[in-house]
Design a protein around this ligand. Sequence first.
Ligand code: OXD
Ligand code: MN
Length: 640
Amino acid sequence: MLHYKTIPEDYVRRTEQCAAAAQAALACNRAAHVTALRGHKLPQLAALSPKVRAFVERSAALCEPEHVHVCDGSEAEAAALLLLMRQQGTVRPLPQYDNCWLTRTDPADVARVESRTFICSERERDVVPAARAGARSALGNYIAPHDYDAAVQERFPGCMKGRTMYVIPFSMGPLGSPLSKIGVEVTDSAYVAYSMRVMTRIGSKVLEQLRKDEQFVRCLHSVGVGGGTAGWPCDPARTIILHRPADNEIVSYGSGYGGNSLLGKKCFALRLGSVIARREGWLAEHMLIVGITDPKGRKRYIAAAFPSACGKTNLAMMTPSLPGYKVECVGDDIAWMRFDDDGVLRAINPENGFFGVAPGTSEATNPIAMSTVFRNTVFTNVAETPEGGVWWEGMGPAPPALTDWRGQAWTPDTKTPAAHPNSRFCSPAEQCPIIDAEWESAAGVPISAILLGGRRPAGVPLVVEARDWAHGVFMGAAMRSEATAAAEHAGKVVMHDPFAMRPFFGYNFGDYLQHWLSLPRPGRQMPKIFHVNWFRKDQQGKFLWPGFGENSRVLEWVLRRCDDEPCHVTTPLGHVPAPGALNTDGLGDIDMDELFSIPKDFWLKETECIEKYFTEEVGEDMPSEMWNQLNTLRENIKKA
Ligand code: OXD
Ligand code: MN
């Protein structure tokens, strides 16, 4: 197994070669690119389009970096960044693998900080539903323009003194696709610059595109001053992540952790993306995209929304247990979807890499991820083996001795986890052995079905098909799931997480639902919507469904329903597989009755929770159709 391999003999030679190449690259970068800002006319800046240049100059004047480096996206630049990070103590090589690196963050900077993430607009109601006006909302943290400006002024002046400011032109989506969008991130973190080249498409080609069309999202990021470790400066006490959709602007201070600092991902592709999507009539969603080929060779694509750390990457890279089925991956986290002129909903993955949760990933749960991540990857906050490999909980038997994510000696008797529960791999998507042939298609892939789901230990059946689009929108609005390690929430509470977008809405959730409800038009082929729950448990706390590759059985039924096969029965919740319609051959003892039971008391309570949530969080901004749907659900349950 990869993580127990010994150090490859040629590692030392390769490392030396790599270091020499990086030294050369760095020297050449110094001459050609990394130009002292003060008192110099920057040749690199002169090549920028006027709006990009103005943004860079404004940011430099505010943050006062020592150097400015415009990223060209080259291999030499990547090598130079790695070398710098090694010198700064930000990364350590992992000699067991090819071009893999380990970062340990400051222990106070390990996850997205939702409580410090804000959306700015002139009107609070643009962001926060009516019921929460003037109060903290679970669905959109509002910040007024003057507070936004003050927050920037309190933090950014001079914050990059003595540092290099990297300018990262990036494309979300294949460059030049009509579905793609461009951003420019300036950051004082080499880790961010390196990770952005994995997670997005960066460099000179993007600058060229910007010379043709100057539209871009401005992203300003600093890890901040005053805290952290030598290799991981940060400012946890003053961390703030700001979005101003009206100005296409994102500003993030104080954290180097992925979701807070790789601004193309959650900040751009979801929060700003959702606003742009509504404006332009499309959807920016927290969804994976996969292609599924059935034994007859027919291929369909589905998109699926699950809250963070519910197995999205596992589903996106599934090895189907059903013979003759093939799953191919388009994306594991975000989907941008738009109806084309023929009325087909088409999706792109705006990202270029996987920023996946490591714990729980193993040869058993996700062999495809395991064969993706041990090359060209930055691991963050995983444990390190003495051989220079990595380990995390759920990967397999614990080695006898490790260095944990804090850099301390760890043995299987240690009470704390070796890898942080939100530790990550950051790997290029093209390395995935089942990456879909169409994953970079400019037109996007056609979506036949949308899955919604969460981690629901009780009461919620394995799969339910919505009766129609509006019912599907209601299912999304009513989604709940156990809390995740991806943000600062603790414990196993079941939280509302509508459309898995709770931390990512860029605008008023009531308006978001209205936008979804407005999508059906004559001539449009609306995908069918399903709610799935792989996580239901029995009285003893044992999972009722094996999950992982066996979920292909559910996908098979979903695809049959997309063909309008009458393989369903109708329940108070929607359509479920008719007896015998879900293929369970060879699965052994599955308690289908319990897996699909609809306990009356549970569901009456669930409707109360949904009603409370709609009332307290949304109020009069809730589209009336959602109340109709809730009443129908309640009546259906009562009648059952
Ligand atoms: C993620 C998340 O990192 O959802 O994808 O938190
Ligand atoms: Mn996510």
